[in-house]
Design a protein around this ligand. Sequence first.
Ligand SMILES: NC(=O)c1ccc[n+]([C@@H]2O[C@H](COP(=O)([O-])OP(=O)(O)OC[C@H]3O[C@@H](n4cnc5c(N)ncnc54)[C@H](O)[C@@H]3O)[C@@H](O)[C@H]2O)c1
Length: 259
Amino acid sequence: MSTQTTTEAKMSSDGLLKNQVALVTGSGRGIGLAIARKLASSGAQAIITDISQEAADAGAKELKDSGLKADAFVCNVTDTDSIEKMTQAVIEKYGKIDILVNNAGITRDTLIMRMKLEDWNLVIETNLSSVFKVSQIVLKHMSKAEYGRIVNIASVIGIHGNVGQANYAAAKGGVIALTKTIAKEYAKRNVTCNAIAPGFIDTAMTQKLKPEIKEQYMKFIPLGRFGQPEDVAKLAHFFCTGGSYITGQAIEVDGGMFM
Ligand SMILES: NC(=O)c1ccc[n+]([C@@H]2O[C@H](COP(=O)([O-])OP(=O)(O)OC[C@H]3O[C@@H](n4cnc5c(N)ncnc54)[C@H](O)[C@@H]3O)[C@@H](O)[C@H]2O)c1
């Protein structure tokens, strides 16, 4: 069977994700939860992981309450031990990981002159080094299976930069470069790796911004609304279903903010 046929066989003709295991980091809420929901809606077994068991349980419960397949595992993406334990537990229970969405992320915004080294390091560890660590472990399994879909949640800030977000911009820019490198190293193993660069999405992360800052952002969004987590989830879903000939890309989902 050719690689393409094997790939297509793993996806049903209508693009559903039956029998696939989809691990999403930081999916207790927000964009991660919306992605897990969208993948599970196509039949995938969603693996909800978050920094606390409570957060992961809350996300998994939401999906299960709507009849979707979801399981919760605690995983702090800054802690190598925690990543190893979580992935081992998932493999023991489900035998494989077909889809990995590196979504967990934080902000610690301030101007460069005021940025403490610990806030620089924390954002780099949480938003960038975690993507390397989780992918490195999961890729072993995908490589053996000769199948995998990795979707990294970057940001438009990682492409364009932003005042007050040196740590975040550097981390997300790094995620895009890492995405292209994974795509190149693992293409032969039938693993695709793409990044999504969301603009302003309405989640807890942006809800904490001051109203005047939000108004400023809105002026630069031609489509005239903030994005919803589902807007990002649709593209993640596409990368995992119809996107078998797309790899190493970073696509902006930003209502036209940057074009
Ligand atoms: N909201 C936006 O406008 C926007 C824009 C561009 C990119 N993003 C990115 O999207 C991703 C999701 O963000 P969101 O907007 O849903 O934010 P959110 O704060 O609602 O969700 C982030 C999730 O990550 C989890 N998390 C944080 N640190 C973690 C850790 N160390 N280990 C495991 N989980 C951890 C949180 O508990 C939370 O569930 C992030 O990577 C963020 O940078 C968001």
